[in-house]
Design a protein around this ligand. Structure first.
Ligand code: ADP
Ligand code: MG
Length: 451
């Protein structure tokens, strides 16, 4: 294929589709549903390979092949013969031609194991779960983009795959693309190098769902951001559903252009938090179901212990359970009881429950008390309840951890030391003057085992 043709495949096919459409050979609905969703994979001399998503598209193309060939021949100004390939066939073909970047995009990265069915819903993730479900049911209608933010290990990636699996099962004609932000950057960089960027862009623009994971990673790459921004706008303008995850609130994303951030905030942003006890317990039970063929039994008290001690993130919960089963294989107990569990976690420092008072535990307790996310209390927001929660967290850090003001400032969204000092002084006054504040502080302190 000449370089000129290679670089202009998408424009050649677009002109051909325009000719086909304008000829009124197909009714508009037939054209839109079955013909338009296609692309050219390559043209070699007088032979072109056209790619379509489903068998039914292939059938319709093949029934009308002479007409389609004629239109492509008009654009190319020479006689062209076409073969029609399914996307899945192209994938295998691409695997053999490893320089074809589009295979990276076309590849289905959605993991079967993460579904809505096996996602446990509790207070900590209710909103993000409901919003993800609505996007899967009614794409592009309510929340676009949906932006899910929260710490690592709390189920963001799980929800993205759950949307993907839902769509694949219930709307097989819809195209859904899951992509990790760093893979997007690699893809853009490589496809610019080998000049297939236009194909990549065309492909991304043609999807119905773009599920993009860990967007904060996009921060390090200027050029890719520009490309992402344009693709993103096209998708949103065409009411295609975009779902984004990040470990921080959109307004806190650093190194990402402000115009992009303001677009992210134009849909719905929902936080996802550490699971509270009941959710953590239910997750553990669910994970146990998946291990039914293992012979050793686990005492209920052990689940309660793990749910209390390891709930800062779900990955840790799973890790703790894995550790128990692993040790059970080694030591072969009759039953995994509380004593066994305590011994196991005592041995392994990386899996030891968080007993010590830390800034993270303080933030978590304050957030639970006020029903906020950690990102909210670290943010610049001046909303009354967020400010109060932040001041209380700062007060507890200072009083019980004896931390320098500058270090507390660093922990709370990079504030300077005089701001933190002022917050602390204000809270000291408020506690003296108002019962609501003193009682909130003592409840949180008692939850942290401080009183
Ligand atoms: P994140 O993307 O937020 O870092 P993941 O989605 O990768 O987190 O979740 C980490 C692990 O925890 C995964 O194995 C996931 O299945 C599990 N997990 C998280 N939340 C839930 C939940 N609510 N129900 C069941 N499993 C969960
Ligand atoms: Mg993730």
């Amino acid at each position: 294929m000449s370089n000129y043709i290679k670089n202009n495949l998408s424009s050649i096919w677009k002109q051909t589709l325009d000719l086909i459409k304008n000829s009124e050979y197909f009714d508009i609905p037939v054209f839109t549903t079955w013909i338009a969703d296609s692309s050219i994979y390559d043209i070699n001399d007088d032979f072109a390979s056209i790619v379509v998503p489903l068998k039914i598209n292939k059938q319709i193309f093949e029934e009308n092949l002479p007409f389609i060939q004629q239109k492509l021949s008009e654009v190319m100004d020479k006689n062209i013969t076409c073969q029609i390939l399914l996307k899945s066939e192209v994938l295998t073909k691409s695997a053999n031609e490893s320089n074809k970047v589009s295979s990276v995009v076309l590849e289905d990265k959605i993991l079967d194991k993460y579904t809505f069915e096996n996602f446990i819903v509790g207070q900590s993730n209710r909103e993000s779960h409901a919003a993800a479900l609505s996007c899967a049911y009614s794409p592009g209608k309510f929340f676009n983009p949906l932006f899910i933010f929260g710490n690592s290990g709390l189920g963001k990636t799980h929800l993205l795959h759950a949307i993907g699996n839902y769509v694949k099962e219930n709307c097989p004609d819809k195209k859904v693309l899951y992509i990790y932000s760093e893979d997007f950057i690699t893809l853009v960089v490589n496809s610019i190098k080998d000049k297939s960027i236009e194909e990549v862009k065309d492909y991304i623009c043609s999807v119905d769902f773009l599920l993009i994971d860990d967007i904060q990673r996009l921060a390090q790459w200027g050029r890719s951001q520009e490309i992402f921004f344009n693709l993103y706008n096209k998708l949103i303008n065409n009411s295609k559903q975009v779902v984004i995850t990040s470990d921080i609130h959109p307004s806190e994303l650093k190194g990402i252009e402000t115009r992009l951030i303001s677009r992210f905030s134009s849909g719905l942003s929902v936080g996802i938090d550490s699971p509270e006890f009941e959710t953590a317990y239910a997750i553990l039970e669910k994970k146990l179901e998946g291990r039914q063929n293992e012979s050793v039994l686990v005492e209920k008290k052990v689940l309660e212990y793990v749910a209390t001690k390891f709930s800062s993130d779900v990955r840790r919960l799973e890790g703790a359970l894995n550790e128990l089963f692993f040790k059970a294989i080694l030591y072969n107990p009759e039953i995994i009881d509380l004593n066994f569990a305590i011994e196991v976690f005592k041995e392994n420092p990386t899996n030891r429950p968080d007993e010590a008072l830390t800034v993270i535990r303080i933030k978590k307790a304050v957030c639970e008390f006020y029903g906020l996310t950690r990102q909210q209390i670290e943010s610049k927001s001046r909303t009354a309840n967020i400010s109060v929660a932040r001041q209380i967290a700062i007060y507890i850090c200072r009083t019980h951890l004896d931390m320098p003001f500058a270090k507390i400032g660093y922990e709370f969204g990079g504030r300077d030391h005089s701001t933190i000092m002022a917050s602390f002084d204000k809270m000291v006054r408020m506690i003296k003057e108002k019962e609501t504040f003193s009682s909130a502080v003592s409840k949180i302190e008692s939850k942290l085992g401080l009183s």
